[in-house]
Write a protein that binds this ligand. Sequence first.
Ligand code: CP
Length: 291
Amino acid sequence: MLGIKQLGKEEIVSILDRAAYWESYPKKVTDVLQGKFVANMFFENSTRTRFSFEVAEKRLGAEVLNFSAAASSVEKGESIYDTVRTLESMGIDAGVIRMKPIGLLAELAQKIKVPLINAGDGNNEHPTQALLDFYTMRKVFGEFKGLTVSIIGDVLHSRVARSNVYGLTKLGAKVKFCAPVNMQAPELAEYADYVSIDEALQSDVVMMLRVQLERHAGGMIKSAEEYREHYGLTVERMQRMKPHAIIMHPAPVNRNVEIDDELVEHEKSKIFTQMSHGVPIRMAVVERALV
Ligand code: CP
């Protein structure tokens, strides 16, 4: 599972269907992956993705190894390749990887024999986040055909925006981007147009992106207040959304920057629902890799 770009529509739908099976599964733990070892290798920080993969793997009955770069020989200069190769040599059956470098995962997949799952690579892709986003949208709206999704904010640095736009356009939804000029990604122009914030608010799904300050070279936004004024989902803007429309955000959120504090748990917001869907989606993805 390197990215959504490599998946066909039928494959995406089959993962969503399998996630629905796992979401309604009556037992907390199964033995589907009994005797299988899965390593979660996070070379970049994470809360939601790391823990929901771990919960998913444990619910499937797998043995779980958690690797944290900060407490490993990466600190002594060991490369990502040597680290993954080391765990492979110890007999892991699959690896879940998050890292900063773009393109390295595809290289690793050529050299490493066990299945690898992308848990976010730089600003390239975050396929399991997009799958849980699709799952959330399908649960609310039933189908993708005719659905409009606005992705608002730091598109340039967002692997979530990329995986979402690749998948949503395959599934039949219409995507619009809204971003300051210095946060637009020209290479995505073939998938979606950039629109004003007022037009972006008129979609069925208003997906806000985190301002990724850790990926900025510096000076991309003048201030949090100014960003909120021009591109933030404020309470006033939320009141101009369609009555049936929903708010999404991959989280973590910068409260009162890209989204007002009061909206994070508003009745229109699916932010914590998205997080809960991370577990059945990742159960479906890990199972797909190993069964
Ligand atoms: N949405 C997401 O990927 O969150 P984490 O960085 O906490 O995993």
